[in-house]
Write a protein that binds this ligand. Structure first.
Ligand code: PLP
Length: 451
């Protein structure tokens, strides 16, 4: 058991603060780590111990923890105008500028942006927009939302209902009308003897069946992460989006890309949908949007969604939705700077240049007999632990093995994330070659220690 000194930061943390999404037996056993500051991609705890954070916070701190330009952009805007919502016919100049920038970097020739404080709220907002449009179009029955098992879309009642994780049953979720289709993970869910192309075709056929069963006129939209993140870094099977998008189009079902993780560089392009060669009807963005320096999300509507929303607004002359801090000027100023940093300070190029090196290093580590699969793209990767490589038999228990690997990594001064039986690596884009080598060495040492 942990033995924090009474009144230490760690004991005080455990006395009064709650964790979300945390394996509490591990915390009880190992104690809390209280962080005081960051240096590049490292975080430093109250004892001065440094950890290389291969999680980049929660996929969001893509420029590291001490980017001067981002902090200065926030400070300058706090000094100039510290806070104001986009409501009642008023919005800050920073909000205006960010919306222009987001449409400029989006795949859309024209569009509109709505701001939230988080990715969950952005997904929630998009669902409400779809419901709002459908009611205005005299299709109140078109409420159902299609997503996939293992997809992660957030924690509000709507976005948790979209999330395809069994743990949501503890809340009595999903709400009715949220339907989950097969996860496009060929290695895990492909049938014996089925090729990847056949697997993709099976998932497309499943989509057709679900639409036929439910009725196309009852479905409001299909939400998908280009690469599933919190489901364990699952790139789609080959041709997946090319197979499903025509089916959705045929039935007039909008395809919404949840780019909360993939957006702004993670897959080596601005958008994950770009990497997988499809143009969604709308984009959900957060995380790297502000490089993690301000909590913010955005719904970016393409032309058709923009027109449908406007037509729904016209009769009542209002979209009755919004958050106190929607379009916060500091968030917008930080996002403008973050986009500049990703696009013009070379962060996107760093991911493009570093991705092959990352893959090569991880392939070496994945030769370990208890690693069944290495999967990923750009700067998002996962190693899947298995008891038996040939049969892909998982270890017993859900988190135990990956939790042990992650804990051992932490002992070595490397933060990585256990997800199911996978170990996820999604570092800052600014990682140097030496830091990447440090990540490989620590992960390798931890794996050898655990198995
Ligand atoms: N969508 C995706 C793909 C995510 O990965 C996340 C969070 O990890 C969310 C939505 C929810 O974002 P937030 O945690 O900011 O509410």
């Amino acid at each position: 058991m942990n033995d924090h000194a009474p009144n230490s930061w760690e004991a005080r943390a455990e006395a009064h603060s709650l964790y979300g999404f945390t394996d509490l037996p591990s915390v009880r056993e190992r104690g809390t780590v209280v962080i005081t500051h960051g240096e590049g991609p490292y975080i430093v705890d109250t004892n001065g111990k440094r950890y290389l954070d291969a999680n980049s916070g929660l996929w969001n701190m893509v420029a590291g923890f001490d980017h001067k330009g981002l902090a200065e952009a926030a400070k300058a805007q706090y000094d100039r105008f510290p806070g104001y919502h986009a409501f009642f016919g008023r919005m800050s100049d920073q909000t205006v500028a960010l919306s222009e920038k987001l449409i400029e970097v989006s795949p859309y020739p024209r569009g509109k942006v709505f701001y939230t404080n988080s990715g969950s709220e952005a997904n929630d907002t998009m669902v409400k927009m779809l419901w709002f449009m459908n009611r205005a179009e005299d299709r109140p029955q078109a409420t159902k939302i299609l997503t996939r098992w293992n997809g992660y879309h957030g924690v509000t009642a709507i976005s948790a209902s979209m999330t395809g994780k069994p743990y949501n049953s503890v809340f009595g979720l999903p709400l009715p009308g949220f339907l989950h289709l097969t996860c496009p993970h060929y290695w895990r869910f492909g049938h014996e003897g089925e090729t990847e192309a056949q697997f993709t075709a099976r998932l497309a056929a499943e989509l057709e069946e679900v639409i036929a069963r439910e009725g196309a006129d009852t479905i409001a939209g299909f939400f998908a992460e280009p690469v599933m993140g919190a489901g364990g870094v699952i790139p789609p099977s080959a041709g997946y989006f090319q197979a499903i998008q025509p089916i959705l189009r045929k039935h007039n079902i909008p395809l919404i890309a949840d780019e909360v993780i993939c957006g702004f560089g993670r897959t080596g392009n601005v958008w994950g949908s770009q990497t997988y060669d499809f143009v969604p009807d709308a984009i959900i963005s957060s995380k790297a949007l502000t490089a993690g320096y301000f909590p913010m999300g955005a719904v970016i509507l393409g032309p058709e969604m923009t027109d449908r929303l406007q037509a729904a607004i016209d009769p009542i002359e209002e979209f009755p939705h919004g958050f106190t801090a929607s379009g916060h000027p500091v968030g917008c100023a930080v996002a403008l700077k973050a986009i500049d940093v990703v696009l013009n300070e070379g962060l996107l190029d760093m991911v493009r240049a570093g991705a092959p090196r990352m893959e090569t290093g991880l392939r070496e580590i994945a030769k370990h007999p208890n690693i069944g699969e290495l999967r990923g793209i750009g700067y998002m990767w996962a190693l899947e632990a298995v008891q038996d490589r040939a049969t892909k038999t998982p270890f017993a228990g859900n988190l135990s093995v990956s939790e042990r690997i992650a804990n051992t990594c932490t002992d070595h001064g490397l933060i990585c994330r256990p997800l199911g039986q996978g170990i996820v690596l999604c570092p800052a884009f600014t990682l140097t070659d030496a830091q990447m080598d440090e990540m490989f060495a620590k992960l390798d040492a931890a794996l050898k220690q655990v198995f």
